[in-house]
Design a protein around this ligand. Structure first.
Ligand code: SAM
Length: 252
């Protein structure tokens, strides 16, 4: 537990929504990415499958989830298998899927944690998978303002990396948009919201009363998880005036 990646700690105590803007920003993102019954959808890093369920409920032509974590993928497979529903174990930076085989690619809370060249590789793979005119939706950690001092950015990165034990690289809206443009996309929609991932009111909004109570109980009985979450929350609060959740839709 002491060295587990940050996102696995809330998951361990039963938290299922693991993105910075919570379910609210996910709903806005899914609306902006306009999934229809004709669309072939690929999701990078479905994790606990919360967004996968929402995408499936929209009734796309097909859904493929690409998850690096074997255990998470195996759990998801119990739910998402059958005609036109598939979970694949793999790296979003290089999948075995055909080029130009998707209309929509969605990936949440997974680019911020990649090493520097990993983010560009994943965006390039999204571009390769999409048909012309296809949409790519992301939901990540943002920074404000756009001209934030480079030293402050470096400190935030170091603090987040130390607390989450994964490389953490939040970016300004302009930085996220530039990376998408360099990967061959044009940004068509963008939204930000406060970063309140571990705040009790957001947990209640995202998880509902019953699961929040179960999470609270698990926190009481898992001191190491409590310690890790406290240290992550401390860093989120320390940089709260700079950190945001950001969602972007970009078109190929
Ligand atoms: C913070 S969780 C987010 C899960 C989910 N997208 C959500 O928003 O709730 C990060 C997930 O990304 C997965 N992941 C990280 N890098 C990946 C990669 N390169 N390819 C596929 N999955 C990846 C991890 O295994 C983990 O399940």
């Amino acid at each position: 537990m002491a060295n587990q990646p940050g996102y696995a700690v809330p998951a361990e105590i039963g938290k299922r929504v693991l993105r910075p803007g919570g379910t609210e920003l996910t709903h806005d993102l899914l609306e902006a990415v306009r999934i229809t019954s004709a669309d072939d959808v690929v999701e990078f890093a479905p994790g606990t499958g919360e967004t996968a369920r929402e995408i499936a409920a929209l009734g796309p032509n097909s859904y493929t989830g690409i998850e690096r974590d074997r255990e998470a993928a195996a759990t998801l497979r119990n739910e998402f298998s059958g005609p036109d529903r598939e979970i694949v174990v793999g790296d979003a930076a290089g999948t075995d899927r055909r080029a130009a085989s998707a209309d929509v690619v969605v990936g949440e809370a997974m680019l911020t944690m990649q090493p520097e060249d990993g983010t560009a590789a994943i965006m390039a793979e999204a571009n390769r998978l999409l048909r012309p005119g296809g949409r790519y939706g992301i939901h990540e950690l943002g920074l404000v303002p756009d001209d934030l001092d480079a030293d402050v950015k470096a400190t935030i990165r170091e603090d987040l990396t130390a607390a989450t034990k994964v490389p953490a690289r939040p970016r300004t809206g302009t930085e996220w948009a530039s990376l998408l443009e360099e990967a061959g996309f044009s940004v068509t929609w963008r939204s930000t919201s406060p970063m309140r991932l571990l705040e009790p009111t957001r947990v209640l909004d995202d998880e509902g009363v019953v699961r929040t109570l179960a999470i609270a109980y698990n926190l009481l009985t898992h001191p190491e998880a409590r310690r890790r979450l406290r240290s992550m929350r401390r860093v989120f609060n320390r940089h709260g005036n700079r950190l945001r959740a950001i969602a972007i839709v970009a078109e190929k």
